[in-house]
Design a binder for this molecule. Sequence first.
Ligand code: ADP
Ligand code: MG
Length: 493
Amino acid sequence: MSEKNNYIQGETGPWEVVIGLEVHAQVTSKAKLFSGASTAFGGDPNTQVSFIDAGFPGMLPVINDFCIEQAIKTGFGLNAQINKTSIFDRKNYFYADLPQGYQISQHLYPIVGRGYLEIELEDGTVKRINITRLHLEQDAGKSIHDQHPSKTYIDLNRSGIALMEIVSEPDIRSVEEAQAYIKKLRGLLRYLGTCDGNMEQGSLRADVNVSLRRPGEDYGTRAEIKNVNSVRFMGQAITYEIQRQMEILENGGQVDQETRLFDASKGITRSMRNKEDAHDYRYFPDPDLPPLVLSDEEIERIRAMLPELPDAKKARFIRDYQLSAYDAGVLSSELETVSYFETALTYLKEANEKSIKQLANWIIGELFAALNRDSLLIEASKVSPQSLAELINFIYEGTISGRLAKDIFAEMWETGEYPDKIINTKGLIQVSDEGTIATVIEKILSENQDKVTEYQSGKDKLFGFFVGQVMKMMQGKGNPAIINKILLEKLKP
Ligand code: ADP
Ligand code: MG
C-alpha cells in the first residue's frame, strides 16, 4: 500500500487532481427491479414494458429478490458493509423518458455501505480506493432524437431496469488511477456475474467528478462529467477537465460546480447544466415499498455463494507462484484471463516458479499485445492456453531459444497451429550439442583472425560480434548459453 503524489506542475505552482466516481452498473437479471418485464438488450422499442415501467397509475412495484441478491454479492465483492435495513425512496423530477415522474432509488439508507477496492498501478504499487456506498435504483427510458425531423420518440425498454450505483470517495488522484479503478470494478462485477460490464451497450457508465487543489489544502470545487462510457473516454475527459480547471484557477478564477458532458468527437467537455445543490428532488420513502429488511441467514446464504474473488486469487498467485503484485493483479482481475492462465497452468510439464513466471510474462506480454493489435478478447485468442503452455514447455526444456519462440508464437497466432508442428516442419529445434557448436565457432574464429587478435589485446566488445556471427551461421538455432561458454574458452589467448 503506498501513497505517491502525482502533482501537476502549473505556472503558479503544483496542483493535485482529486477524482471521485459514481458508477452505474446494470444488474444482470432477466427481469426488471420492480416488474417482470424483460431486460434483454436490443429489443424493438417499447416491447419490454410493463404497466409499472410505463408509470400507469395504481400499479404496485414488487421487489425482484434476485436483484437484491446481486447487490449483496457485489457488496461482498467490494469488502463492504451489508445493511440489514435499507429504504427505497422516490427521487422526484420531470423528464419525458421518466413516466412515473420519479425514480425509485435509495437515498439515506442504501443496501450497501462503506467498502473499498484495491487497484494495481503500473509501477507495481497497490492503492486502496474507498467506496462510500452502493444503492439500487431504477433506470429511466431513452429519448430518441434522430428518427424524425421535429419529434422525439420515447423507448421505455430500459425503464425500470435495476441499476447499482457505486459511489467512490474522492480518493482517486490521476487518470491512471481512475482507469485502473473502473477496470478493476468492471472485472469484479463480471467475476461476480452481477453486471456484464458492457460499456458500449451502456451496462456500465460512470459520472466522473474532477477537482483540483493545492497540495495539503481542502478539496476544491468539482465538475461532474456525466455518463462516460469507455475507459479511453474517461482518460480523455479527465485530461481535458484538468487543463480546463487549471487554466481557470491559475488565472484567479473559480470553477463552477456544474454537470458537463464529454464530446468524444472533439475530445472536450461541455457545460450541461448548473448543479445540483440547486436541485430539490424531494426524496421521500416510497409508500408502496416497505423497508427492505434482510436476515442474517439470508446474508450468509448469499455470502456462501461467492466464488473466489479477484483479490483472493491475486494473493494466492503471489503466495503460491511468487508472481509480482502487478502480474498477479493483471492475471486475476478478469474472469476470462484467469481462466486462460489457470487452464494453461495445467498443461505445463513442470509447473515451478520459473516456468509459471515465464507463462505469466508471455500472457501479459506477447499474447496481450497480439490481442490488442487484432482487437480480440482473450476468449477469442487464436493461441489456445494449451498451445501457449506447450510453447513454454519447449522454452523451459531448452528445445527452442526465447528469440525463436517469438517467431513461433507469431506463426501460432497466424495459423492456429500447435508449436510442435511448427518447430518440426521448420526444423527450428535449438542446437545444444557442444561438438556442433564448437565446429561452427572454430570456423568463425579462423575466418576472423584479425578480430580475435584485437579481442585478445583487450577489445572486449568484440565478444558480441562473435556471438552474432555464430548465431547467424546457425540460423538462430544455437543455444546461446552454450555458445557463450565455448566462445569464452576458445577465445582465451
Ligand atoms: P452528489 O450526490 O451531489 O453527486 P456526493 O457528495 O455524493 O455528491 O459526491 C458524488 C461524487 O463526487 C463522489 O464520488 C465523491 O467522491 C465525489 N466528490 C465529492 N467531492 C469531490 C471533489 N471536491 N472533487 C472530486 N470529486 C468529489
Ligand atoms: Mg452525483
